[in-house]
Design a binder for this molecule. Structure first.
Ligand code: WT7
Length: 652
């Protein structure tokens, strides 16, 4: 386990917070009995439960069967036809909602745009026609590598409209990462921007795309949004400006009827090996999962102004900036830039300005807010807020309490939502109208989610025993495969525990039945709520000419949750690298993977501690990285002097 610090602190956490009765009275799920009966029905008769709920979506052809096949080959709503774009856009045009704001967008420099559902429909239809003109057909993959601008949501929905499968790559990833993902998905087109704004600087997206295209040859055309106005290279017959293409295109585009299981998107995420996994989600089940959880967990109402601060490049942005809330006809706030630009009060300024009522962010951000000081939120009017959410990593009780007091003003329920790229939608979370929340617990499973905490052998554990968090029943928004590697899909998620889904987290259930997720039990790091595999960083390091061997581990980091510590042995005789080599290695990893993989510590060592069978002793390295005196049995160490040396260098 990597998060042992938080296990300790949450074990002692006993505080409980009940929702205000006014909140409960108006909530979508407003009584314990209602939850219990929904949960039981979903468990006993999932086809009946989800079949009924499917009426919340607009179908083109009704489905024939709700669930077919056993996990992991479960298919949902087979025989049905549906279109996600139609559900998120067109169906809101028949009422007054047509002129309701769908997206309230704020750029980092302070420029703003409002798109009503009618505007969104027009822009999406136009861009769908642009894609068609560029040769994109139903089933083709389209890469989106964009800043947080409305065109990103427009491009996603345009893909969904014509059944092209989008593959979004977070703008913080490097050119190499873009090339790898383009190649794996065999993307035909890439949509990007000249750049985006981040802390007052231009993120050079188009030049990264240019570089990626020297290594990814399936991409035929590039569409470029002009955002920052910086100089970019435009290659004739390959690169096109978004505004040129949009200036002369039919604003009408019929939605394409798609099978329920039509691939909606691929999203790459880190696993415990070096190669990112292309998590594939399909249309109907994903849409139903995100639609219902948005309503249950965020208690979305017609008049809410909802802001999820995640970048659309992550699953949180896919599900809870775009598909979930728009399917519900909500108004979402979308912000382009950093939380501390031009100053540390930017988020609170946005909440005050738009009168945000639901705010969903990550523990790493909350810890940064705490550090920046209470005067920032205190100087803004946050009275519009009625619900707060947290996602991405276990939230430490101190951060939870600060969020509750300072931002929620002890009035707003906090939903600590546990889920994953693979689960598509929130799985375990308080329901804001009924749950007694506890700082650090994501509490109970949503209807349709049947978790269990088991030992490595698969035996169910008693209350308060830590074990593996698994899912015993399929749910509609679960991943269907890893793109191009169905074997790896089965192996990764369904081979650890017989008959169950397991994706890497450890957890315990307390005596009340509330779940406390303790963090990953595999070699996946959670850095600022972002997933990163230790092997990815290791293979990047060993690709550097000076490096012989590398071992990467996480360590507790005040803001990021987990920091990245790299133990490196060099090819030359000396075990100590110079400061300039350290800077060079850091740059090298950033260039190969992206800024999110920036190592926090590089430590040189003559050799890595290994067992007699040659396995790197990661647990030991984790203890050293964390500055903990290791209690591990080290008798299998190949060379005890290595351990002594690594410890000594700690004092340096
Ligand atoms: C991993 C999934 C989908 C959320 C964004 C991250 C950790 C996520 C929580 C939470 C404790 C959490 C888990 C999970 N995680 N939310 N509320 N409490 N841990 O998605 O990149 O697919 O990462 O994030 O370890 O496995 P992701």
């Amino acid at each position: 386990m990597t998060n042992s610090g938080s296990i300790q602190s949450t074990l002692q956490e006993t505080r409980k917070f009940l929702p205000a009765s006014e909140f409960s009275a108006q909530a979508h799920i407003s009584s314990e009995e209602q939850y219990q009966s929904m949960w039981q029905k979903a468990k006993d008769d999932p086809a009946g439960f989800w079949g009924e709920l499917s009426q919340e979506l607009q179908w083109i052809t009704p489905w024939k069967e709700v669930i077919s096949g056993e996990m992991p080959e479960t298919r949902w709503f087979t025989g049905g036809q549906i279109n996600a774009c139609e559900n998120c856009v067109d169906r809101h045009l028949t009422s007054w909602r047509r002129n309701k704001a769908a997206i309230l967008w704020e750029g980092e420099p302070g420029d703003t745009r409002v798109l009503t559902y009618n505007d969104l429909h027009r822009e999406v239809s136009k861009f769908a026609n642009v894609l068609k003109k560029l040769g994109v057909n139903t089933g083709d993959r389209v890469t989106l590598y964009m800043p947080m601008i409305p065109e990103l949501a427009i491009a996603m929905l345009a893909c969904a409209r014509i059944g092209a499968t989008h593959s979004i790559i977070f703008g913080g990833f490097s050119a190499d990462a873009v090339a790898d993902r383009n190649n794996d998905a065999q993307a035909k087109i890439i949509v990007t921007a000249d750049g985006g704004w981040r802390r007052g600087k231009e993120v050079p997206l188009k030049s990264a795309v240019d570089e990626s295209l020297t290594k990814s040859h399936t991409v035929q055309k590039v569409v470029v949004v002009r955002r920052t106005g910086q100089q970019v290279h435009m290659q004739t017959d390959r690169d096109y400006w978004w505004h040129d293409l949009m200036s002369d295109v039919d604003p009408h585009c019929d939605v394409v009827p798609l099978d329920s299981e039509h691939p909606l998107f691929i999203l790459y995420t880190s696993g415990s090996t070096g190669k990112p996994k292309g998590v594939m989600h399909t249309t109907a089940g994903y849409l139903l999962g995100t639609t219902m959880t948005s309503r249950w967990v965020f208690d979305l109402k017609e008049e809410d102004t909802y802001w999820c601060t995640a970048d659309i490049g992550w699953i949180t942005g896919h599900s809870y900036v775009v598909y979930g809330p728009l399917s519900n006809g909500s108004t979402v706030v979308m912000y382009e830039g950093a939380p501390n630009w031009p100053d540390e009060g930017r988020f609170w300024e946005i909440i005050e300005k738009y009168r945000v009522s639901i705010f969903y962010t990550a523990p790493t951000a909350i810890r940064a807010f705490i550090k920046w000081g209470d005067h920032w939120p205190q100087s803004r009017d946050l009275s519009s807020l009625r619900l707060l959410g947290s996602v991405g990593e276990p939230i430490n009780p101190e951060a939870w309490m600060w969020y509750h007091r300072m931002i929620g003003q002890e009035r707003c329920p906090i939903v600590d939502t546990w889920w994953q790229t693979e689960t598509g939608a929130i799985m375990i979370s308080p329901l804001p109208g009924i749950s007694a929340t506890k700082p650090g617990s994501c509490t109970r499973p949503l209807p349709g989610v049947v978790p269990e905490i088991v030992s490595k052998e698969g035996t169910p554990l008693e209350a308060n025993e830590g074990g593996l968090l698994v899912m015993k029943q399929p749910w509609p928004s679960m991943l269907r495969t890893l793109y191009g590697d169905h074997e790896r899909f089965k192996q990764t998620y369904f081979s650890t525990i017989e008959g169950a889904y397991f994706a890497g987290d450890g957890a315990r259930r307390d005596a009340d039945g509330d779940i406390w997720v303790m963090g990953r039990v595999d070699d996946v790091l959670n850095v600022s709520g972002h997933r990163l595999s230790t092997m990815e960083v290791e293979s990047s390091l060993v690709a550097h000419p000076a490096v012989a061997e590398a071992a990467v581990v996480g360590f507790p980091h005040e803001i990021k949750g987990e920091g990245i510590c790299c133990f490196v042995t060099l090819k030359t005789a000396d075990s100590e690298g110079s400061d300039s080599l350290t800077a060079d290695l850091i740059q090298h990893v950033r260039k190969q993977i992206g800024a999110l993989a920036t190592p926090d510590k590089i430590r040189y060592t003559a050799a890595l501690p290994k067992t007699r069978s040659g396995k790197i002793m990661r647990r030991l390295l984790r203890d050293i990285a964390a500055g903990r005196e290791s209690v591990q049995d080290t008798t299998t160490l190949e060379d005890l002097s290595i351990l002594a040396k690594l410890r000594d260098s700690d004092d340096a």
